[in-house]
Design a binder for this molecule. Structure first.
Ligand SMILES: NC(=O)c1ccc[n+]([C@@H]2O[C@H](COP(=O)([O-])OP(=O)(O)OC[C@H]3O[C@@H](n4cnc5c(N)ncnc54)[C@H](O)[C@@H]3O)[C@@H](O)[C@H]2O)c1
Ligand SMILES: O=C(O)C(=O)C[C@]1(C(=O)O)C=C[C@@H](O)C=C1
Length: 360
């Protein structure tokens, strides 16, 4: 147990991916965590996984963190403000203005509430997807408003810092405009691209490499959650998609007229634009910037992965993340192992010495 900024207890309402991850992260810091969920099964799973204990009469939380779907967030925040008049209340919904406006309109006590949004997540929900380190190194937006003092809101800052995230203060409007571009439109583009695969012949889908997997990873996300997110941020998302549609029209026009003067230059300029845009993302695109990775080729035979893990362990390296890709048709798999940058070269040499083929 390490020291935490929060004194606790912290009550988490909604123990799916976000709530369970917050509970696990705070428990690892030694903070008392109280869990509640509309689903008794989700609650029991989160308790079993060590994210906290079930709520009980007489609980007096310092902080309440509401982690329920966006459509019911304002209702649950309002109920928690009423139920725990001494607690500071926050939520983690992916859209901030609608929740804030809703609470303001119903006269909720905004002197004890600020909405937040951790820019961390996964394409799978539910308590079993929870991870204690989900927020480490990630931006976590505080959707500031003038109705609460910095002193009262400091428990929310403590939550963010205790979970290893970086606090970013924005207004709810600034937040919604920003995430429309960096989260909501990418989700739509990913889903629509993945949709193209539905009727594709097996022979085509079987050729899928890392490119299409990178572009479509979040297409596996929960449609019900995303209908709610997009429904609460529709105008900024539609605005960006209109610009994207213009880009697509220009691109298609150039492809349809490849022999027209300047067509290749137009295509090249669009692609260069992509290079410039992706360079603006912090860290290497698509890769967790905390880690370096190496790709090891493994024969598709029983026991190979276990042997690889064993050799990595004997080389003294810890696997921080792992991605497996299978080559359909070839009896070979590619294991992309993420490790701390300082051990990458040593591990590469050790594995090569033990006969592993390193692909990159
Ligand atoms: N999934 C992500 O990547 C991500 C990232 C950042 C923020 N968020 C936001 O976090 C919130 C939760 O998302 P999630 O991915 O953890 O969803 P989830 O589906 O994994 O979990 C939601 C939980 O809320 C419970 N719940 C639903 N209605 C409830 C109610 N009225 N009272 C109590 N519990 C209720 C559900 O039973 C479920 O356990 C959403 O508002 C989402 O926008 C999600
Ligand atoms: O990485 C993912 O899988 C996510 O879905 C994370 C992501 C994002 O777009 O960055 C998705 C929605 C949340 O509101 C915040 C984070």
């Amino acid at each position: 147990m390490t020291e935490s900024r929060l004194t606790g207890p912290v009550r988490v309402v909604g123990v799916g991916l976000l709530g369970a991850s917050i509970g696990l992260g705070l428990r690892a810091k030694g903070v008392e965590v109280i869990l509640a969920d509309a689903s008794p099964t989700h609650l029991a799973i989160a308790v079993d996984y060590g994210a906290g204990r079930a709520a009980a009469a007489g609980d007096r939380p310092q902080l309440v963190v509401v982690c329920v779907p966006p459509d019911v967030t304002a209702d649950v925040v309002a109920a928690e403000l009423e139920a725990y008049p001494e607690a500071i209340v926050t939520d983690v919904a992916s859209v901030k203005l609608a929740v804030y406006e809703n609470l303001k309109a119903r006269g909720a006590d905004l002197s004890r509430y600020i909405g937040t949004h951790p820019m961390a997540g996964r394409e799978r929900g539910g308590p079993m997807s929870g991870r204690a380190d989900l927020f480490v190194g990630r931006p976590w937006v505080v959707a500031a408003h003038g109705g609460i003092s910095y002193q009262d809101g400091s428990a929310i800052d403590d939550l963010i810092l205790d979970l290893g995230a970086t606090l970013v203060e924005l207004t709810p409007e600034q937040h919604d405009a920003a995430v429309a571009l960096v989260s909501h439109v990418p989700q739509v583009v990913s889903s629509l691209m993945a949709r193209r695969l539905i009727d594709a012949p097996h022979a085509s889908v079987n050729l899928a490499g890392q490119g299409v997997r990178d572009v479509t990873r979040v297409a596996a996300s929960d449609p019900e959650l995303w209908v709610q997110i997009l429904g609460q941020n529709s105008a900024p998302v539609a605005e960006i998609l209109r610009g994207y549609r213009d880009d697509l029209d220009r691109f298609i026009d150039a492809l349809d007229n490849m022999d027209a003067p300047g067509a290749r230059r137009r295509i090249a300029e669009e692609l260069f634009g992509g290079n410039t845009g992706v360079e603006r993302l912090p860290g290497k695109h698509g890769v967790d910037r905390r880690y370096s990775s190496l790709i090891v080729m493994i024969d598709d035979r029983p026991g190979q992965l276990a042997r690889l893990f064993n050799d990595v362990g004997e080389a003294g390296a810890n696997i921080e993340d792992l991605r497996l890709e299978h080559s359909p048709g070839a009896q070979i798999g590619l294991a992309e192992i993420s490790v701390l940058p300082e051990v990458q070269q040593h591990l590469t040499d050790e594995l090569a010495a033990r006969g592993w083929r390193i692909a990159g």
